[in-house]
Write a new protein. Structure first.
Length: 255
């Protein structure tokens, strides 16, 4: 099954379940003909390996695989990706080299967590699990990635750098932690182009996006969901921010 991938660069993969990956325009449910703008799971199907079609899976040798399901979300009223990790570690990946980050620099996604790995903390090597993390990165023999993650104990707003088996470098940012409301959808957005230029000192010609979940170090469980991931123009991202702020003001006014 998924384990067929594990024979490829075993040492690197073992170190880098948190490694780079991304999506092509032919990826999940593209909404228009322009490359790499929006992918969701509302019409996605799992392939015979049990992962979303168009994606590839990487696991960690000797560690259980992460489980993926396409399920109906009662609140959103459409299908989403459900990810469960039981003392497991794994990542789905898709190539995104054709995303024009000069045109679409902002990555936006919607996620929620029901259960986070018990006691997980990115600042402690023996507890370095994340309920869910969104990565962008590049490289083969050596790999460099940027991770936007939902931590447990690591405080929201904290960032850091981790190296795995001397071949994988990850600069990570904690966007959510255990203090955020569980079983609640949150929408995030980051300027990937700016982050790549700052951290990688360049925009890689080949790069990818990964969605990971890890609970092996804490020997616990994670139960998380992902609705979509998209790349948008900065102007549109700013417009959406303004709309969101206005909606929140209206809600506050009704209280």
């Amino acid at each position: 099954m998924k384990n067929r991938f594990r024979t490829i660069r075993t040492a690197a993969i073992a170190a880098a379940v948190l490694a780079p990956s991304l999506f092509l325009a032919s990826g999940l449910g593209a909404k228009d003909k322009e490359p790499a703008r929006h992918w969701d799971f509302s019409s996605a199907k799992l392939d015979k390996e049990g992962i979303p079609e168009g994606w590839s899976y990487r696991g960690k040798p000797g560690t259980p695989d992460v489980k993926y399901e396409i399920v109906e979300d009662k609140e959103l009223k459409h299908k989403v990706l459900h990810i469960t990790s039981d003392k497991a570690s794994g990542v789905i990946m898709i190539d995104c080299s054709d995303v024009d980050l000069d045109k679409y620099p902002v990555m936006r996604w919607r996620w929620k967590a029901v259960t986070l790995p018990t006691g997980a903390d990115a600042t402690v090597k023996s507890k370095d699990d994340q309920g869910i993390a969104v990565y962008v990165g590049y490289g083969r023999l050596t790999q460099s990635s940027i991770s936007y993650n939902w931590q447990t104990e690591t405080p929201k707003g904290k960032s850091g750098h981790s190296t795995y088996n001397w071949v994988v470098d990850v600069d990570w940012f904690t966007l959510r932690d255990k203090n955020d409301k569980m079983d609640t959808w949150f929408e995030e957005e980051v300027n990937v182009r700016d982050d790549m230029k700052k951290i990688f000192k360049k925009i890689p010609s080949s790069w990818a996006l990964s969605i990971s979940s890890n609970s092996q170090y804490t020997e616990s469980k994670a139960d998380v969901y992902l609705d979509y991931v998209e790349f948008v123009e900065k102007k549109k991202a700013d417009e959406k921010k303004d709309e969101k702020a206005k909606d929140e003001e209206k809600k506050d006014g009704k209280k």
